[in-house]
Ligand binder design. Structure first.
Ligand code: PLP
Length: 371
């Protein structure tokens, strides 16, 4: 099997797998229990939080553990809307946001929220004029992704948040696709809220976090036993938290060196594809190196994907990673690519476990399938 769908989910890091197997044997108890076993579990939990906080350069109390980015987004939008100043009812996003952002916001529209979508051009550049024009004293929140899951294009979050703060607007960055791929800290991102998901950086699925900058807080969304400082109830997923903290360390290790290796693989892949077919790459100057979104004009992307699958290659088409269906990419359409080109496009994403040999084998499969 050739796995080239890292943006849908990454493989679990082998060392995280080993550590998790050991941790199962620790049989950790409930971190909220006051007895010594509970205190031991609490200590383990807080050490994982502190480890992650050190890697993100944030206060440990600025981390809320959640079941993933989808929960974090629902939490953020619902509570920020509930507690809004009466005169702020506008939320600004880009046209290329993930459904875990757009769908909760659709629900807020029914409660009166005004959602403004800012265009992004085919090179991944956000329309700065439209953005600045939309930001006003009625804006409650800006929510933008740091890196796009379909194209890997990176948005200039620190610049965008600077403009938002001038208008007293809170800023959220969906960093799901960027964590473990580009160096980032709460300080250099300059966002009030940052969301992430462990299964996108070699950790377990169903585990994520909502990070908050200094002086920022959030009210609870899931109510119950007041865990996570009263901000997210429910007995903590201790194994998931440990797995995520270990995965983050793994993902960030020798990041520059790893990105140089991936850049080399990207080059090989792109050159190889150009030799096999007339291809069009959808990318920007600032792109995740492990994401290649490519159109094969004259071919049907769905068909291509199914044929690749029959040859043992896992890649992705449009929004398949979350809907389970093969839909034409809404992101490419929103960026202004013609429907026919979007329909002929597929996403190839790779990472830490991908070798040069994998890329060479992938190119062989492409040649066979396209022939
Ligand atoms: N944001 C982006 C950019 C994503 O790619 C995804 C998942 O594909 C999510 C959010 C949702 O993350 P989760 O799977 O943790 O709910």
């Amino acid at each position: 099997m050739l796995y080239f769908d890292y943006n849908a989910t990454t493989p679990l890091a082998p060392e995280v797998k080993t550590l998790l197997k050991e941790a199962i044997d620790w049989d950790l108890k409930n971190p909220s229990s006051v007895h010594q076993e509970g205190r031991k579990a609490r200590k383990t939990l807080e050490e994982a939080r502190e480890g992650m906080a050190a890697l993100f350069g944030c206060d440990p109390q600025g981390i809320i553990f959640t079941s993933g980015a989808t929960e974090s987004h629902n939490h953020l939008f619902e509570t920020i809307w509930k507690n809004r100043p009466r005169d702020r009812d506008k939320i600004i996003i880009s046209v290329i946001e993930h459904t875990s952002v757009t769908q909760p916001l659709e629900a807020l529209k029914l409660k009166g929220a005004k959602i403004v979508e800012i265009p992004v051009d085919s090179r991944g550049v956000l329309d700065g004029d439209a953005y600045c024009a939309a930001l006003d004293e009625h804006t409650l929140l800006v929510s933008m992704m740091l890196a796009n899951n379909e194209t890997g294009m990176i948005l200039p979050i620190p610049e965008l948040s600077k403009s938002a703060y001038k208008m007293g607007v809170k800023f959220h960055a969906d960093a799901v696709c960027a964590v473990g791929k580009i160096p980032l800290s709460m300080r250099n991102l300059n966002a009030d809220y940052v969301t992430l998901s462990a299964h996108k950086f070699y950790g377990p699925k169903g585990m994520g976090a909502l990070l908050m900058g200094p002086d920022i807080d959030i009210s609870p969304f899931i109510l119950g036993g007041s865990q996570e400082g009263g901000r997210r109830s429910g007995t903590e997923n201790l194994l998931g938290i440990l797995g995520m903290a270990w995965a983050l360390e793994f993902a960030l290790r020798d990041l520059d060196q790893e990105n140089a290796r991936l850049l080399h693989l990207r080059k090989k892949l792109k050159e190889g594809l150009q030799k096999i077919a007339d291809v069009v790459f959808h990318e920007s100057d600032q792109n995740l190196v492990g994401t290649v979104n490519v159109a094969f004009p004259g071919h049907d992307g769905q068909n291509l994907l199914v044929r690749l699958d029959l040859e043992g290659v896992c890649a992705s088409y449009g929004s398949a990673c979350h809907s389970g269906t093969l839909e034409v990419s809404k992101v490419l359409l929103a960026m202004g690519y013609p429907a026919e080109e979007a329909r002929s496009s597929i996403r190839i994403s790779f990472g830490r476990m991908t070798t040069e040999e994998d890329v060479a084998r992938l190119l062989e499969v492409f040649k066979k399938v396209l022939d």
